[in-house]
Design a binder for this molecule. Sequence first.
Ligand SMILES: Cc1cc2nc3c(=O)[nH]c(=O)nc-3n(C[C@H](O)[C@H](O)[C@H](O)COP(=O)(O)OP(=O)(O)OC[C@H]3O[C@@H](n4cnc5c(N)ncnc54)[C@H](O)[C@@H]3O)c2cc1C
Length: 458
Amino acid sequence: MASYFEGARRELSLEDGSRVAVVGGGPAGAFFAYFLQRLAESADLELEIDIYEPRLFTHRGPAGCNHCGGIVSESLVQLLASEGVNLPTEVVERGIEAYMLHMDVGRVRIGTPTDEKRIAGVFRGNGPRGSERALRVGFDRYLLDLAASSGANVIRSLVTRVAWREDRPELEHGGGARTRYDLVALAAGVNSQLLQKGCDAAPGYTFPGTLTTFICEFHLGREAIQASLGDAMHIFLLDLPRLEFSSLIPKGDYVTLCVLGHDVDEALVDAFLAAPEVKRCFPGGKVPELVCHCFPRLNVRPSAQPFADRMVWIGDCGVARLYKDGIGSAYRMAKAAARTAAFHGIAAEDFEAHYGPACRSINWDNALARLVFMATTAIQRLRPLRRGVLRMTATEQAREEVFKHMSSVLWDVFTGSAPYKDVLVRSLHPGFVASLAWNLVAANTVAFGTHVKGTGHD
Ligand SMILES: Cc1cc2nc3c(=O)[nH]c(=O)nc-3n(C[C@H](O)[C@H](O)[C@H](O)COP(=O)(O)OP(=O)(O)OC[C@H]3O[C@@H](n4cnc5c(N)ncnc54)[C@H](O)[C@@H]3O)c2cc1C
C-alpha cells in the first residue's frame, strides 16, 4: 500500500518524549489515550498525550452530549471490569434486566440469558435539556477523566485542520494555534465537520458512509417509568416504510427514544409515535412532549483507509460495528491502535499489519450483519413470520427447561453482545430452523390456536 510519507521511509516509532495528539475525547479517543498511556508505561516509555475535546460533558442537552442510546453492552461491561474499570453507580442510570419486543401481533419479554443485570443504560452527557441539575457523571466525562487520571492532558479546544508540515502531522486548533505531533489519533466521530471532506494530511482517508437517525428524551418520572416500562429496554419491529428499528430506553426520570432507519425525518418519527404499540408504553397511552432531541449520524460504512504514517482513525470516524455496540467497537479499535503504536510502530505499514486485522474483523462481521438485518427486515414486513417469531420466543420464555434458540438470537441482535457471526451460526442451527418452522405453522394455523400466553394478545 502506498504510504503518504513516501520518499523518507524509515522506521517510525514512539520514543521517550514523543508527542501524541488525540482529536476527540469521546469513547474512542478516551480509550485510546488511556490504553496508550498504560501500554507505554509497561514498555518504560514516557509519552506526552494531548486529548483535544471542546466539550466538558457538563452542559445539559445536545451541546454536552455525544448523541447515542447509551446502552453499554454486556460484553463491554465485562471487558472493562476485566481491565479493572468498573462503571460506578453514578454513571449507570439503570441496569437493563430484559428486552420487551413489540410487534403488531403482540409483545414478548426476553430476560437476560443468565438472569444477571449486566447491560448498563447511561447518559453520554449531563442529561437532557432542561433536566434538573444533578450530581451526574455522564459516561463520556467518566472515560475522559479516566484518561486524564492515567496521565493524558485534556485540552478544551476544537481542532480545525489536520495538515502535514515537514515530516509530521500538525494540528490547527483554538483560534489558529498550530502544534506538530509524532502521532495523531483521530477520534472525532461522524457528527463533526472536521473530516467530512477527507483529510489534507492523508489523501487515502475517506469519511465513512452514514445514516441520519433520531434520538429524543421524554420526562416521565421514575415511578411512572417503573410502572410503564420497568427495567426493560423496549424494542419495536413495526412495518413502517424506512424504519429499521427503534427502542425506548428507561434512564432515571427519563426515557430515551432512538429511531434507526433510512433518512429518518420528522414524518417517520411522527408515524412511529402514532403506532398503538408505541403509545401503550406510555402512561395512559399518551406520548408526552419531548424535552430534547437531535438527528445524529450513524456510521454504516467504514472508512476505506483508517491509517497513514503517523496517523490512525479510531471509533466512528474509522471503522465501527454496524448498528449495535458502537461504544464496544470504539473500545476494541482504540485498544488495537494503542497496542500497535506502543509495541509495533506508527508507520502506515505497522497499522496495516497490526491494526488492520481488527478493522477487517469488524468489517467482515458487518458484512454478515447485513444478512442478520435482512432477516429482521423480513420479520418487520411479513406478518406470518412475525406471528411465528412471537410464538417461538414466548414459548421459550415460558419454559425453563427448553433451549432458547430464538430468544438468544434476538437478545444478541438487540444488545450487540455477541459478534454477528455467532448470531448467524446460531440461527442456522437445525434446532432453530426446526423450531421456527413448527412455530410458523402453529402460529398461522387456527387448529393450533394462534394466540400464545404472555404476548399481550392472549
Ligand atoms: C441513534 C444512535 C444510537 C446509538 N446507540 C448506541 C448505544 O446504545 N450503544 C452503543 O454502544 N452505541 C450506540 N451508538 C453508537 C455510538 O454513539 C458511537 O459508536 C460512539 O459514540 C463512537 O464513539 P467515538 O468516540 O468514535 O465518537 P463520538 O462519540 O462521536 O465522539 C467524538 C468526539 O470528538 C469530539 N470532536 C469532534 N470534532 C472535534 C474536533 N474538530 N476537535 C476536537 N474534538 C472534536 C466530539 O466533541 C466528541 O466528543 C448510537 C449511535 C446513534 C446515532
